[in-house]
Design a protein around this ligand. Structure first.
Ligand code: ATP
Length: 953
C-alpha cells in the first residue's frame, strides 16, 4: 500500500479533515519538542487507514445506499492511505524557491521501536507467565476510549471517537501496550520457529478450536462477563440447537422466537447433530452414518441441500451454522496466527464463501448476517455495542459488481484485530463474476477460498444455469479436490481433462494449499426440483469425480445434474431437506389473474394500484417495458421506482431503499417498484402487499420467485398475473410445469370503475407519446444547432430549424409544447378530482337514496376509499376471498344442478338405451325371422326347382 502524502495525523474523508487541526495541536502539546529529532519518514511506523467498521460490512443499521455513500465514490478516499500522529512536518522554502520537508518525531514513533521482539523457544515459559500477568492490566483497559465507542451509532461519531483516541498520546501508548500484550499471548502457543509446518495439512476442527482457545485466552477472559450462559427458557424453541450463547441472545434480540421449519430441519445436520440424511433412502444413509460413527467421527457435520418456499428463512438456515462455527472457533484468527511464523506466506483459510446470483441479494445476505452479528454484541438493551467487541466478531465483506474493485480488495483485508492483524474477513458474500475477476489476480484470495470452511450456493439453481455464470465453474474448481490435483498430476505427465485455454486460466497459484477436506457445502433454493434427490443417490456411485466424467455428463445433463457434478461435496450423501411439496410458494400467498387484451394492461394495472394501494412490486420482462411504464405511472401520480440491470448500481440500491422505506401517508399511499427479474430472487423487502406479473415470466421458477417477494416469513400477500390472449399458451405451460390441476381464480373487477379510469390512462398515454416526440424533436434541433455552430452558421430563433420546412411547421414546436401543457393540466385536473361512482352526487352528499347513504356512512366511519368515492376501502386479498366465498355456494349449486342434469340425462339415455335395445332386439328378431323365412322360401324354391328335375327323371 502506498504511503500517504506527508501530513500530521493524515486521514482522508470529510470527518478526518474536520478533526485534523485540533488533533495536530493536541499532539504537539502532549509531547515535549526537545525529545523530537529529524527522522526518515520511511522509518516511521505508519498505520493503515481503515474504513469505518459499519461501512465495511454494509450491515445492520446502515442501509445499502448509506453504505455506498460512505464509500465516497467520487474521490477515492482511504485508497492506500496511511497515517501517523504526533509527528511534526516542517516545510522550508529555500532562496532559490525550492522547498524542503522535514519530519520530526520522538524515537518511539520509529518502526523499530514498535516492533515486538521475537519469542525465542527457550523463553516460551517465561513469556507464558508474562502473558498471564499482562492479562490483568488488559482487562482493566476494557474501559479505554476505543472500547467506549458505540460503533452501532452513526459512522461519523465512531470515527470522531476513534480520532479523539488517536490524538491523546498517553492513551495511544496504553493501546499499543495492550496490543503488545495480546500479541505476546498469541505467540506463546505458536510452533517453534524451527518446526516445519506443512501447509498442505488440513487443520481439523478440534485442532483449530484448541489453538484458538489458547491463542485468544486473553480475549476470552476479556469477554467473560458477556459470555454468561444463555438461559434457554428465554428461547425454548431453540433450546434443542446447541448454538453459541451470543447467537441465541441475538436471535432473542431480533425477535426470532422460534426457528422456521427449514432452519429446524437443516441446522441439526449442519451442526452434526443428526446423521441420517433426510431423504427417502434411509437405509443407505443409515449405513453411511454407521460407518462414520464406527470411524470415530460420531458428529459428522453434514453437507445440506435445502429446498423450501420463498421467504422461509433460508439465509439463517445456512447462516447460523456458519456464524456458530466462527463464534466458537474463530478459525481465521488462529489459522493465520499459527501459520504466520512457520510459513509466513500462507494466507489464512476463509470462514465461509457465500455465492449469490445478484448484487442486491449479496448485499442483503451480508446485511442479514451482519445484523445478527451486531445483535450478538448486545448483552441487554441498555448496553452499547463496543467497537472492540465488534472487532472480535466474524467480519463479513461483499464482493460484487458495480463497486470499485480496489475498495472491495481493501474490504477483504477486514478490520485489524488485536490478535491477528492480517487475518482478513471471515465471510465473503459474492456474485461469481466479480469474485472470479478478483481471484484470478489475487493468489492470496484464491488460497483463502481454496481452504474455505463453508461454501454456500444461495439460489443454487439459478447459479448453475448454463451460460449464466461461466465464472462459477472456475470458483468451484478452486474448492474441488479432483480439480486441485489436476495440475500437479500434469507435472508427472498424467494430466487429465481437456486442458483448454479456459482451464489454464483457471489454474492460478494458490501458495501450494490444498482445498480443505473438511469444507461443508450448503445449497439452498426455493425451486430445486425433487429430481435432485435421485441424482444425489446416483452420484454416490461415482467413486471419484473427474473432469472427463464431468464433460461426458454435461452433454445431456439437466440443471440439477450440472449442479451436482460441479460441486465437490465432501459428504458422500448430503442431507437433502425438501419442504416444497407444493410449488415453492408460501402458504400466505393468494394467486389471481386478469385476462385482458394487451393494450388494456396499463388500464388494469392502474385500476389495481389505485383500488388497492400499498407496496407493490411490478415485474416486466424487458428494460424497455420499464422505461415505458415508469413515466406513465409517474404521470398518473403513482410513486414508482425502477430497478433493472442497466441502471447504475448506486441508483439501483437507492431505489430499493426508497421502496423499502416507503410509509403510507394520506398523500402517498401507493408505492411501486418496477423491476425486471434482477429483483425476482431472494430480495427480502418487508410488507410487500402485491406482486404483479405485468408480463408472464418465461419459466415456472421465475414465476415462483417473483411471486415469493410477497407473503414472506408467514405474512400474507397477493400475486396477480395480467394475461393477454397471446400469453394464454404460456400460462397453460406454466401451470403444467407447476403441476397445477386447476387454474387460479380470476380477480374481481368493477367494470364501472374501470371505465371511469380509462380517460385518465388514455390521456397519460397521449402525454407520454407527445413528450416522447417533443424530446425527439428537441434532440434533432440540438443536433442541427450544433452542426450549424460548427459550420459557423446562424440559426434564427424565429425560423424553424429546417428552412425548407413548410410554414405551417415553423413554430410547430411551440404549438406542440402548448398542446402538451394543455394535456398535462387536463390530466392534473382529472387526477385532482376523486373518481365518483355512478349514482353518487358531489353536491348532495346525503341524497341519492340507499347507495348514497351507504357511502356517507362509510365516509363517517373512515371506511370509504380515498380516491374512488362510493367504494369501500378493502384490500385485494379480502376482495378476492369474499369473491371466492360468494362464488362457492353458487358453484355448489351449479354442481348440484349439474349433477341433477347429468342424472336426468343418464336416466333419459338409459330409457333411450332400453328403447334402442328393445328396438334393436325386435329388429334383430324381425331380421332373424325374415332371414329364416327367406331361407325357408329359398329352400322351398330350391326343392321346387329340384323336384321338377326329379320328376323328369
Ligand atoms: N426464525 C425466524 N423467525 C422469524 N423470522 C425469521 C426467522 N428466520 C428468518 N426470518 C425472517 O424471514 C424473512 C425471510 O428470510 P429469508 O430472506 O432468509 O428467506 P428465504 O427463504 O431465503 O427467501 P427467498 O427464497 O425468497 O430467498 C427475513 O426477513 C428474516 O428476517
Amino acid at each position: 500500500m502506498a504511503k500517504a502524502a506527508p501530513a500530521t495525523n493524515q486521514r482522508s474523508g470529510s470527518q478526518a479533515k474536520r478533526k485534523k487541526a485540533s488533533s495536530s495541536a493536541k499532539a504537539s502539546s502532549s509531547t515535549p519538542k526537545q525529545e523530537r529529532k529529524t527522522v526518515d519518514p520511511t522509518k516511521l511506523a505508519w498505520s493503515t487507514v481503515h474504513l469505518p467498521s459499519e461501512a465495511q460490512s454494509g450491515g445492520a443499521g446502515v442501509t445499502e445506499s448509506d453504505f455506498f455513500d460512505s464509500l465516497n465514490w467520487d474521490d477515492d478516499d482511504f485508497m492506500g492511505l496511511q497515517e501517523i500522529d504526533d509527528v511534526d512536518v516542517l516545510q522550508e522554502t529555500r532562496d532559490d524557491g525550492s522547498r524542503t520537508i522535514t519530519f520530526r518525531a520522538s524515537e518511539r514513533k520509529l518502526k523499530s521501536k514498535q516492533q515486538q521482539p521475537a519469542v525465542a523457544p527457550s523463553a516460551k515459559k517465561e513469556t507464558e507467565s508474562a502473558a498471564a500477568t499482562k492479562s490483568k492490566p488488559k482487562k482493566q483497559s476494557k474501559k479505554g476510549p476505543i472500547e467506549e465507542v458505540a460503533s452501532d451509532v452513526e459512522p461519523d461519531s465512531a470515527i470522531d471517537a476513534i480520532e479523539s483516541a488517536d490524538v491523546t498520546a498517553a492513551t495511544q501508548d496504553d493501546l499499543e501496550a495492550d496490543s503488545d500484550a495480546c500479541e505476546t499471548a498469541v505467540d506463546v502457543t505458536l510452533p517453534a520457529p524451527g518446526d516445519a509446518v506443512d501447509s498442505d495439512i488440513d487443520f481439523d476442527d478440534d485442532h483449530l478450536a484448541e489453538a484458538f482457545r489458547n491463542a485468544h485466552q486473553l480475549d476470552l477472559q476479556d469477554d467473560q462477563d458477556d459470555q454468561a450462559e444463555f438461559d434457554d427458557k428465554l428461547l425454548p424453541s431453540w433450546s434443542h440447537l446447541p448454538l453459541h450463547s451470543d447467537l441465541k441472545r441475538a436471535l432473542l434480540h431480533k425477535g426470532f422466537n422460534q426457528p422456521t421449519e427449514i432452519q429446524n430441519r437443516s441446522i441439526p445436520f449442519a451442526l452434526g447433530l443428526e446423521q441420517a440424511a433426510a431423504s427417502s433412502d434411509d437405509s443407505e444413509d443409515d449405513n453411511i452414518a454407521a460407518a462414520s460413527t464406527a470411524a470415530g467421527n460420531p458428529r459428522r457435520k453434514r453437507d445440506v441441500v435445502g429446498v423450501s418456499q420463498t421467504g422461509s428463512g433460508k439465509t439463517l438456515a445456512y447462516g447460523l451454522p456458519i456464524l456458530n462455527y466462527l463464534f466458537e472457533n474463530a478459525e481465521n484468527a488462529i489459522a493465520s496466527s499459527s501459520r504466520r511464523t512457520a510459513a509466513d506466506d500462507v494466507p489464512p483459510p476463509l470462514g465461509a464463501l457465500i455465492l449469490c446470483p445478484t448484487r442486491e441479494l449479496a448485499l442483503q445476505v451480508s446485511s442479514h448476517l451482519t445484523d445478527l452479528v451486531r445483535a450478538s454484541c448486545i448483552v441487554d438493551d441498555s448496553t452499547e455495542i463496543t467497537h472492540k467487541k465488534l472487532l472480535r466478531r466474524p467480519q463479513i465483506a461483499v464482493v460484487c459488481g458495480g463497486m470499485s474493485e480496489q475498495k472491495q480488495r481493501r474490504l477483504l483485508d477486514g478490520r485489524s484485530r488485536q490478535g491477528d492483524r492480517n487475518s482478513g474477513v471471515d465471510i465473503i458474500v459474492a456474485t461469481p463474476g466479480r469474485l472470479w475477476e478478483m481471484t484470478r489476480l489475487d493468489d492470496r484470495l484464491a488460497a483463502r477460498i481454496k481452504q474455505t470452511r463453508f461454501l454456500v450456493l444461495d439460489e443454487a439453481d439459478r447459479m448453475v444455469e448454463v451460460g449464466h455464470f461461466a465464472e462459477m465453474e472456475h470458483i468451484l474448481n478452486l474448492v474441488n479436490r479432483s480439480e486441485a490435483r489436476r495440475p500437479s498430476e500434469g507435472k508427472d505427465g498424467q494430466q487429465q481433462g481437456s486442458g483448454s485455454d479456459e482451464d489454464d486460466e483457471a489454474e492460478i497459484e494458490t501458495h501450494g494449499v490444498k482445498p480443505s477436506s473438511s469444507m461443508q457445502t450448503f445449497i439452498f433454493s426455493a425451486t430445486l426440483s425433487k429430481a435432485l434427490q435421485v441424482n444425489l443417490k446416483r452420484r454416490k456411485k461415482l467413486k471419484q469425480f473427474t473432469k472427463k466424467r464431468h464433460l461426458k455428463r454435461q452433454d445431456n445433463a439437466t440443471t440439477l445434474d450440472e449442479l451436482m457434478d460441479r460441486v465437490d461435496f465432501r459428504d458422500a450423501a448430503p442431507a437433502v431437506i425438501d419442504l416444497t411439496p407444493g410449488q415453492g410458494l408460501p402458504e400466505g400467498l393468494m394467486e389471481t389473474k386478469i385476462e385482458c387484451v394487451g393494450k388494456d394492461k396499463d388500464l388494469y394495472l392502474y385500476y389495481f394500484l389505485l383500488r388497492y394501494p400499498g407496496r407493490t412490486l411490478v415485474f416486466v420482462n424487458s428494460i424497455d417495458g420499464i422505461r415505458r411504464l415508469t413515466p406513465l405511472l409517474a404521470q398518473l401520480n403513482v410513486v414508482c421506482y425502477p430497478i433493472h440491470s442497466q441502471l447504475q448500481q448506486k441508483q439501483r440500491l437507492k431505489n430499493l431503499d426508497r421502496f423499502r422505506a416507503f410509509n403510507r401517508t394520506a398523500k402517498t399511499n401507493n408505492c411501486v417498484l418496477l423491476a425486471t427479474d434482477v429483483a425476482a430472487r431472494g430480495l427480502d423487502i418487508p410488507s410487500v402487499e402485491h406482486v404483479v406479473h405485468y408480463q408472464l415470466p418465461r419459466s415456472a421458477d421465475t414465476y415462483v420467485h417473483r411471486s415469493g417477494r410477497t407473503a414472506r416469513a408467514g405474512s400474507t400477500g397477493v400475486a396477480l398475473a395480467l394475461i393477454e390472449p397471446k400469453e394464454k399458451q404460456l400460462w397453460s405451460k406454466l401451470c403444467r410445469a407447476m403441476s397445477r390441476k386447476t387454474d387460479i381464480a380470476t380477480f374481481p373487477i368493477s367494470f364501472s370503475t374501470l371505465s371511469l379510469l380509462r380517460d385518465r390512462v388514455e390521456l397519460a398515454l397521449a402525454i407520454d407519446k407527445q413528450t416522447h416526440s417533443a424530446n425527439k424533436q428537441q434532440h434533432d434541433d440540438n443536433w442541427l444547432a450544433k452542426l450549424a455552430e460548427e459550420a459557423d452558421l446562424a440559426l434564427s430563433d424565429d425560423d424553424d430549424v429546417d428552412p425548407d420546412a413548410p410554414k405551417s411547421r415553423r413554430g410547430g414546436r411551440k404549438v406542440e409544447e402548448a398542446k402538451l401543457n394543455e394535456m398535462k393540466s387536463r390530466l392534473s385536473t382529472m387526477l385532482a378530482r376523486p373518481i365518483t361512482m355512478k349514482g353518487l352526487s358531489h353536491r348532495y352528499l346525503t341524497a341519492g337514496g340507499l347507495q348514497g347513504s351507504a357511502w356517507v356512512d362509510d365516509m363517517v366511519r373512515s371506511q370509504n376509499h380515498g380516491e374512488i368515492l362510493g367504494v369501500e376501502n378493502t384490500d385485494a386479498r379480502t376482495e378476492l376471498q369474499s369473491r371466492q366465498q360468494a362464488e362457492q355456494p353458487s358453484r355448489k349449486k351449479q354442481k348440484t344442478e349439474k349433477g341433477a342434469k347429468a342424472a336426468k340425462v343418464a336416466a333419459v339415455s338409459a330409457d333411450t338405451a332400453k328403447t334402442v335395445a328393445a328396438t334393436a332386439a325386435a329388429s334383430a328378431a324381425a331380421e332373424t325371422m325374415s332371414n329364416k323365412t327367406k331361407k325357408n322360401k329359398k329352400k322351398q324354391h330350391q326343392r321346387q326347382k329340384i323336384k321338377p328335375y326329379q320328376k323328369k327323371e
